[in-house]
Design a protein around this ligand. Structure first.
Ligand code: SUG
Length: 444
């Protein structure tokens, strides 16, 4: 076994962070539709969360925001003239498309891709499939630029394989790592890859909210990555109906521990048994929270499970990094406290403030893409995208210069936002070592 560590790559929150109510089935997104956002507070919260992880000893990387408003997308719909005219006309004639073109949704890096570490991949490389995110219009605009970001961070094709997204069709709807959990004895040893799907592509889906991941998409990813230890499990229909739009809203895992709500899976006993059968060299531990202790609605509003479950250097037990909303909910807080009071695998709970993102349904786990890397793979990443204290300070100062403190969905129609956010991204690119031409507007 080659030793490996867990690294995280977080999406840097973009200048158009807003509450546009774009995600049916994501209750926070619907509930906060129309509210004013604070993009500057949002990015600073995200940066502080990244720094916290770096300070705890985990390698931390930054994924750049995408160009928004997405003028090339609006032009592809037939809007013409100056960029300002395109945006203005689109807001008049096709406001839903205009809103999608302005979303800062690439911040939720758990949906950037599904990742298979080299220990599990048939060819010994780390594999990435950017998620096509076809269920939601605004998110379907991400995957091509996400692939560019992943190529920038993982440039060495002898060690890293960055695939294209699966074909962007409903049959292959894919939401990335938000529906994937890897369990293992140690990060560098072969793992179990739990891939959770919501619907079968060839069966009628009649739930009240979309099921965003198809079984066939999960299967295709395991196949193209050559992933060993793949276990496919169905997300519970009740969970989706209750607002669990991704499995990571009710489930998180690390090393040998799977921490989940009792409504996470359609067949909990069968899922546990399949994981046990696939586990090599370790006995999985299931920490299941009952609906009696934590009703699904509380799990969703408090995001107890959308936490980062991490193994910190020098610590025997795992640490759960929860949003402050978990502490504010008496039931979730009680569950969190009972975890650490028990002799179970989770020894510590910490809280981070990511409230701006939470109001769109994005907790600490949504904001990060986990990538297990060996020392040699870590050395082959782009060092300019690694968060150091210095980069944290530079990015914070950059955000202070360029980000608004208040943005309503109506403000997204302001043509000044185009130049404002391009100027910001143009100045960001060198900070992250991204060549000029990384953004579409830089190539024109
Ligand atoms: O896809 N919210 C995102 C939240 C993604 C959370 N990710 C994970 N659970 N891994 C989504 O629903 C809302 C945007 C808006 O309404 O303006 C949004 O896209």
């Amino acid at each position: 076994m080659i030793p490996a560590v867990e690294a995280n790559a977080d999406g840097l929150i973009g200048p158009t962070h807003s509450y546009a109510g774009l995600s049916p089935g994501n209750l926070a997104s619907s509930l906060n539709k129309g509210e004013a956002s604070n993009p500057r507070a949002a990015i600073l919260q995200g940066l502080d969360k990244m720094k916290r992880l770096a300070d705890l000893g985990l390698p931390q990387f930054v994924l750049p925001p995408h160009e928004r408003p997405n003028i090339p997308f609006l032009r592809s719909l037939g809007f013409t003239g100056s960029d300002a005219a395109v945006l203005e006309r689109a807001w008049k004639d096709a406001p839903s498309f205009a809103a999608a073109a302005c979303s800062a949704s690439p911040m939720w890096a758990a949906n950037a891709a599904t990742v298979t570490p080299s220990a599990d991949a048939a060819d010994g490389r780390v594999h990435f499939t950017p998620a096509n995110l076809v269920t939601n219009l605004h998110r379907s605009l991400e995957h091509a630029q996400t692939k560019r970001s992943l190529n920038a961070l993982f440039p060495d094709s002898t060690r890293f394989a960055v695939h294209d997204a699966l074909s962007p069709v409903a049959h292959l709807a894919d939401e990335g790592a938000a529906n994937h959990v890897r369990l293992c004895a140690e990060h560098g040893s072969p793992g179990v890859n739990l891939l959770v799907w919501g619907r079968d592509a060839f069966e009628t889906w009649d739930g009240p909210y979309p099921a965003r991941q198809t079984r066939q998409a999960s299967e295709a990813i395991a196949r193209r990555h050559g992933a060993s230890g793949a276990v496919l499990a169905q997300q519970s229909r009740a969970a989706i109906a209750g607002g669990t739009f991704h499995n990571d809203v009710v489930c998180v895992g690390a090393l040998g521990t799977l921490f989940h709500h009792d409504l996470a899976f359609e067949d909990t006993a069968g899922t546990h048994a399949a994981i046990q059968a696939a586990a090599k060299g370790f006995d999985p531990i299931f920490v299941e929270v009952s609906s009696a202790d934590l009703p699904l609605a509380d799990a969703i509003s408090s995001y107890l499970f959308n936490s980062m479950l991490v193994s910190l250097p020098g610590e025997d037990r795992l640490t759960l990094i929860c949003p402050t909303e978990t502490r504010d909910n008496p039931r979730s807080h009680a569950v969190a406290q009972s975890l650490t009071a028990s002799n179970g695998p989770i020894g510590r709970v910490e809280y981070v403030d990511v409230r701006q993102s939470m109001r769109n349904g994005g907790g600490p786990a949504c904001l990060r893409l986990r990538v297990v890397l060996t020392e040699a793979e870590l050395a082959a990443t782009n060092p300019a995208m690694r968060l150091t204290d210095d980069l944290h300070a530079r990015l914070s100062a950059w955000a202070d210069r360029h980000y608004r403190e208040r943005l309503t969905p109506a403000d997204l129609a302001d043509p000044a936002l185009i130049e404002e956010s391009r100027t910001a991204l143009d100045q960001l690119a060198p900070l992250l070592g991204l060549g000029s031409g990384f953004y579409p507007f830089q190539r024109n």
